[in-house]
Design a protein around this ligand. Structure first.
Ligand SMILES: [Zn+2]
Length: 230
């Protein structure tokens, strides 16, 4: 993944002298279908819009626009009449904002979508750097009630899949006898797991509304028939 950098116009964010405490990561999307990190970087460098995100992500690159210690204006307006679960908890001051480009009409909303894959890679890096757990990675929707990132708001399983992929690798245990493993999603059965079998999940996928874990040995199985272990 390529890293591009072009700082936003200073009108669009707040410079911080002292170190700020970063507790949340907020995921957004650009509502367009043809945006790229480069044209988002150019736009925010050029225009005075009073809005910003720290990073933009597209199929090929991450574009860094606002220094992480500075405050980007990405989740400060409430659309929920203060009913969104993270309103008042997650703010511009204690969060990093990531904006996914050109996601609007995408149908594949898991790791097979390169923008989503890149957003997950970037989010995981930031989680590690700032010691943020996956419970503190939220959608703009969760903070402000805005339909953003719309594909991951309108499809709750897609957001679940995104969150699972922030936690990989993790272990699960089968909760019934004979859970089937497949060579690929929709492929041949390769194995049946006993009840209580522990499996390390390395990736999670979403197909036809169903979540599949990919095990360390390359098999796929329905996550529904397992429980997550800590
Ligand atoms: Zn947003």
């Amino acid at each position: 993944m390529k890293i591009l950098e072009k700082l936003s116009n200073q009108f669009n964010y707040m410079k911080k002298k002292d170190k700020r405490k970063i507790e949340y990561i907020v995921e957004h999307y650009s509502a367009g279908t043809k945006d790229t990190t480069q044209n988002e970087l150019d736009y925010f460098a050029r225009e005075h819009v009073g809005a910003s995100a720290h990073d933009f992500v597209d199929d090929f690159s991450v574009g860094h626009s606002v220094p992480y210690n500075d405050v980007a204006y990405h989740c400060g307006v409430d659309y929920s009449k203060q009913k969104a679960p993270y309103w008042g908890k997650c703010t511009n001051y204690n969060s990093i904002g990531i904006e996914m480009c050109a996601l609007k009409d995408d149908k594949i909303l898991d790791l097979r979508n390169p923008t989503i894959k890149n957003a997950i890679i970037l989010t995981k890096q930031l989680m590690k750097t700032y010691k943020i757990d996956s419970d503190h990675v939220v959608r703009h929707y969760d903070v402000c009630g805005k339909n953003c990132p719309a594909p991951l708001v309108e499809d709750a399983a897609a957001w679940k899949c995104f969150k699972y992929n922030l936690q990989t690798p993790f272990k699960v245990k089968t909760t019934k006898e004979g859970v089937k493993a497949y060579s690929k999603i929709g492929g041949a059965i390769t194995q049946k797991f006993n009840l209580g079998k522990k499996i390390t999940v390395v990736e999670v996928y979403l197909q036809n509304g169903l979540l599949y874990g990919k095990g360390k040995n390359g098999n796929y199985f329905r996550l529904k028939n397992t429980e997550k272990l800590n």
